[in-house]
Design a protein around this ligand. Structure first.
Ligand code: SDX
Length: 370
């Protein structure tokens, strides 16, 4: 890169090294394990342990990890009281940003260097904050956590007041595995930049939430479902996408900076989504889903990313749109924290250059002459 050219959005620019994840010939690997293998053969807790501690847990490790998650789930009363007055029209992602910030004032992990412990505590708290807000939105009191549930089942239990059916818990768990980590995406890079100044993990996670909220990033799962929800039939969707593409519109849930031949996570989730739609008698949604997807893939060669099938999966599971990106956070907090720990272990503060395009040598006029 010369000092007169730059890459917009740092496209194609290598900003660091990581051993946590990579996209290798179109396949996503978490610490060397293929995402398809992890999706098929682990639970979110096992994948989270892999990201945070560097290894897949044996049964004893897993039991201890789940016990620790459970021990960190209860929310401080002051945190719940902070959520109560927040107006109902405030987006859940903004509430989550506040909730995590508030949780940070009650961080029980006293050792500032106990980063893995703090990551486990934050993972537990975030699930509870999402559920508590969901209850308050429905004029219901938050529910205390129930020991022994999976992380996915716990979030749904505390949100909906009853344990989810096996299929819902399994599908949510799958989305949490798929969402957990994706190397130097915008929100993870944000977390690493915050870590690089030697700031704290709570600040990095709050920064990650702010970055992930955007519809060009994690907010796309809600935006994609908002798009689909407007259609009653596949024909309506067909007409809409033709018009949108003719007007150069950005279609939420499609495209990716790294995957140019399709997001493997989307393929994995779409397969399960089709089964879910069939089991729930909601196959009409797949006709609408395909009506948007087919011209994007066949005509534009722009493929679905993980957010496209995820939005519809959560919708068919009966979850409100406002919960979708927060559920992405409930998973990605483990990736953000893993990158924080890696950055802290071999740190240099991020400080890129810029090309100045403003005025130079302008003299300050007296105020009466301005
Ligand atoms: C996530 O980075 C990650 O790893 C993110 C993520 C993770 O796990 O952390 O994978 C999660 O954020 C997935 C992406 C979710 N966002 C969306 O679905 C929003 C819609 N997608 C686009 O905004 C876009 O594809 C991005 C933001 C995802 C990627 O942006 P890029 O790499 O800057 O690509 P681009 O916008 O420069 O597009 C290149 C071309 C453009 O055509 P031209 O203007 O050059 O003619 O492809 C077109 C774009 O117009 N294009 C699209 C499109 N995506 C790209 N056209 C219509 N609809 C789209 N969705």
């Amino acid at each position: 890169m010369s000092d007169t050219t730059f890459s917009p959005g740092l496209a194609g620019v290598i900003a660091g090294e990581t051993a946590i994840a990579c996209v290798d010939q179109g396949k996503l690997l978490y610490r060397g394990y293929a995402i398809a293998d992890l999706a098929e053969n682990t639970t979110f807790e096992e994948t989270a342990h892999l990201l945070l501690f560097g290894n897949l847990p044996n049964q004893a490790d897993l039991d201890a990890f789940k016990k620790k998650l459970d021990s960190y789930r209860p929310l401080p009363k002051a945190l719940v009281d902070t959520l109560r007055p927040i107006p109902k029209d405030v987006p859940m992602m903004d509430v989550l940003r506040t909730g995590v910030s508030m949780a940070g004032h009650f961080d029980p992990v006293k050792d500032p260097d106990a980063l893995q412990e703090r990551a486990v505590w934050l993972t537990a708290q975030i699930g509870g904050i999402i559920a508590a807000r969901f209850r308050l939105l429905n004029d219901q009191e938050p529910i205390e956590p129930k020991a022994g549930l999976s992380h996915a089942a716990q979030v749904l239990y505390q949100a909906q007041g009853e344990e989810p059916d096996e299929l819902s818990a399994k599908l949510l768990d799958l989305t949490l595995i798929l969402y957990a980590e994706h190397d130097f995406n915008a929100s993870t890079f944000t977390a690493r930049v915050i870590c690089s100044t030697m700031s704290d993990m709570v600040s990095a996670i709050v920064g990650g939430i702010g970055a992930l909220k955007g519809p060009l990033h994690g907010g796309a799962n809600e935006a994609a479902m908002e798009m689909l929800e407007q259609f009653k039939t596949a024909d309506e969707a067909k007409a809409w996408i033709a018009d949108a593409l003719a007007n150069k519109g950005k279609i939420m849930g499609f495209g990716h900076r790294v995957y140019k031949n399709g997001d493997h996570r989307a393929t994995i989730l779409e397969r399960e989504l089709r089964k879910l739609a069939k089991q729930k008698g909601q196959e009409q949604w797949m006709d609408i889903y395909d009506a948007i997807k087919d011209p994007m893939v066949n005509d534009k060669k722009i493929y679905p990313n993980v957010d496209y099938p995820c939005g519809l999966t959560y919708y068919i599971l009966g979850l409100p749109l406002d919960l979708y990106t927060p559920l992405f956070v409930a998973s990605r907090v483990t990736g953000w924290a893993a990158h924080f720990i890696e950055q802290a272990g071999d740190n240099r503060i991020y400080r890129p250059l810029s090309i100045y395009t403003g005025a130079k040598d302008t003299l300050v006029p007296a105020i009466e002459n301005r």
